[in-house]
Ligand binder design. Structure first.
Ligand SMILES: Cc1ncc(COP(=O)(O)O)c(C=O)c1O
Length: 393
């Protein structure tokens, strides 16, 4: 009998269990919504990135169905061979218009957009200057590029400046930050980093995955929020969170976009979105422009929920967005909190290493525009009960 050459993975899994870092996948029995059913239990859902409730918006569903009917279920090709339909081109035109840039290109996911872009534009002779809490897709893109990676402490533009000052003046350098940090909900040091980029001739890039549809006018993102139009060279957004479907995009000048169409490896080597996804995203852009009350509701819910958690004595970090972490520290405790909340009807995932630092385990909450006040009140009461039971407050 052949011995299993993968048996070491079993040891790894055992170690994860001992550290409280092993998770069973929770399974939704219904649609992705503010109230849903997960693993057979009715819950208030505080775990999705469905900020505006667009996953189930009637206009998006109707456009998706119409595209399915007209164009079929898939494209059968990568974009550069036969996988570009008129609807993909139209989506990119609308995204560029929305972000106020010359052009945009869509990737299959936000992950692919970040990793594909960073890897395409840099070489081993270049430098990436990156916030320590930037998303994994940025880190992976930087690794793939083989550029030297220089990490600055979270949101510390002064430290970034010291790093940049010591780098060779002639080298190509990319300065990059998340617009909204996905685990802490705080904002990147965008204005300060733009100043630095301009002073030293750096390429400035922002990952606005959690900002698009949330920050800025009609959800145009952090560049609009901070009034930095024309000062950020590369804006990445996702179509998988507030937009409610799937995908990522890069918005910037025409040279950047055409270059990515030639060198962005996920664009070149992976099949394009089904037309129904492109149609869904187009409809979502219409909703962002036509239904601003959704974003207003998201923000009033956010304030209500943050105030409630703070008033009950939880450590909610420094979030400035609808992402609110309840920081616990120890991973086993964070997972226990998540499990107990779930038993009592609140779905809020526990997050541990390697997604966050080992001593910063937490339960992460995200409210949406579609939660009612009763939903949020119930969630706050449940947090208070379980938090007291576990000695957290
Ligand atoms: C900050 C950030 N960037 C990029 C991504 C990747 O986006 P997507 O889920 O569309 O691949 C995510 C989410 O998972 C994220 O949180």
């Amino acid at each position: 009998m052949r011995t299993d050459p993968l048996s070491f993975l079993g040891d790894e899994l055992t170690a994860l269990k001992a550290q409280g870092l092993y998770r069973h996948l929770r399974v939704l029995d219904h649609e992705q919504a503010a109230r849903t059913k997960v693993d057979g239990r009715d819950v208030i859902n505080l775990s999705s990135n469905n900020y505006l409730g667009l996953t189930t918006h009637p206009k998006l569903k109707q456009k998706a169905l119409a595209a399915l009917d007209q164009f079929g279920v898939g494209t059968g090709s990568v974009r550069t061979i036969a996988g570009t339909m008129q609807i993909h081109v139209e989506l990119e035109r609308r995204l560029a218009e929305f972000k106020k840039t010359e052009a945009a290109v869509v990737f299959q996911s936000g992950f692919a957009a970040n990793a594909g872009t960073v890897a395409a534009i840099l070489t081993k002779d270049d430098f990436v200057i990156s916030d320590e809490l930037n998303h994994a897709s940025i880190i992976d893109g930087a690794r793939l590029s083989r550029a030297a990676i220089k990490v600055f402490p979270h949101r510390d533009a002064k430290a970034a400046r010291e790093i940049v000052r010591d780098l060779p003046a002639s080298a190509r350098k990319l300065l990059i930050t998340d617009g909204v940090f996905s685990m802490d909900g705080d904002l990147g040091a965008m204005p300060e980093l733009c100043n630095l980029a301009e002073e030293y001739g750096l390429i400035m890039m922002v990952d606005d995955a959690h900002a698009s549809g949330v920050f800025g006018r009609n959800g145009r993102g952090t560049v609009d929020h901070f009034d930095l139009h024309g000062r950020v060279d590369i804006q990445v957004g996702t179509l998988s969170k507030a937009i409610g479907a799937l995908g990522g995009y890069v918005a910037g000048n025409r040279n950047l976009i055409e270059f990515l169409q030639h060198r962005g490896r996920p664009f070149l080597f992976s099949t394009s979105h089904p037309p129904s996804v492109a149609a869904t995203c187009l409809a979502a852009l219409d909703v962002l422009l036509e239904e601003p009350h959704l974003i207003e509701r998201l923000w009033s819910n956010t304030e209500f929920f943050k105030d409630g958690l703070r008033a009950r004595g939880f450590n909610i970090g420094a979030s400035e967005s609808p992402i609110t972490p309840v920081i616990v520290g120890d991973a086993l405790k964070a997972m226990r909190l998540s499990d107990r909340l779930f038993e009592d009807g609140v779905f809020a995932q526990g997050i541990g290493f390697p997604t966050v630092a080992r001593d910063k385990a937490r339960v992460r909450t995200i409210v949406t525009a579609t939660h009612t006040r009763e939903d949020l009140q119930f969630a706050l009461d449940t947090f208070a009960n379980v938090g007291a039971e576990l000695g957290l407050i």
